[in-house]
Design a protein around this ligand. Sequence first.
Ligand code: UDP
Length: 309
Amino acid sequence: MRTVVTGAAGFIGSHLCEALLDRGHSVIAIDNLLTGDLSNIAHLRSRDLELIRHDVTRHIDIDGPVDFVLHWASPASPVDYLELPIQTLKVGSLGTHNALGLAMAKKARFVLASTSEVYGDPLEHPQKESYWGNVNPIGPRGVYDEAKRFAEAMTLAYHRYHGVDTRIVRIFNTYGPRMRLRDGRAVPAFMSQALEGEDVTVFGDGTQTRSFTYVTDLVDGILRLMDADTNDPVNIGNPHEVTIEQIARTIITLTGSRSRIVYRPLPVDDPKQRRPDITRARTLLGWEPKVGLEEGLMKTIDYFKRKLS
Ligand code: UDP
């Protein structure tokens, strides 16, 4: 199997490349390193992985046959996509168009990295794939949410109009090694703050909820979806829901930190609750998460400790 991964040097992209290599795939890793980092895939360079430094909002040219195109490229933390709003919109729209064009030309199966952000600030809880979402198109998060909603629409259009074999995974909050220390997301922010004895910044009153998935569980779900027989979107996420204050306190305890929690204003349109309904993943993929929150957090803390030392 020969597989193209866009966004290969990112947090999830790099774990995906590694799992594909372990399965015996040849990997063509594309990244423009806007938010990705070569150090995430440095240990894979001696394996069957070819790195192409390229911005996928421009035409993607690959020689030879391709069996899968996995479109993972995009800024993905709220801080990143607020700083890179146009790039975020472009990679979700033009980048998805180009990646689908590549899949069509090569008769490859296409997998889109979508997101729980398509549900916006959800009025239905937990979120099933049938829920259409509650998104503010002109708010600061709209650049990511609408780009991913467009990307899903484009993916289904290529499937229906051009017959491309497509998959859509809606990824819920994921954490683990290779997240950027200061990418602004809750888990890396709290870990780096706790490990450095800084104040831990909880936004709002900390009662908003998220459901955190450890990265190896996510990758397992993606690999199963690649082989499954469905073109409908599938939620992959851990249904264990916690408040942001709870996760901050857990991280402070697990790091043995003396940091205290401080409260900062809630970002605009920050979703109040989020939890996946994973009935579809269970039924179609036989998937469910295996790594518990404390176990996953400890592995991630080990990684951040090494990074900070
Ligand atoms: N958050 C926080 N402090 C931080 C970073 C994030 O309290 O330093 C909150 C954020 O407001 C949100 C939740 O943690 O309610 C998860 O944020 P994250 O950026 O990780 O991802 P999101 O789920 O919002 O895309």
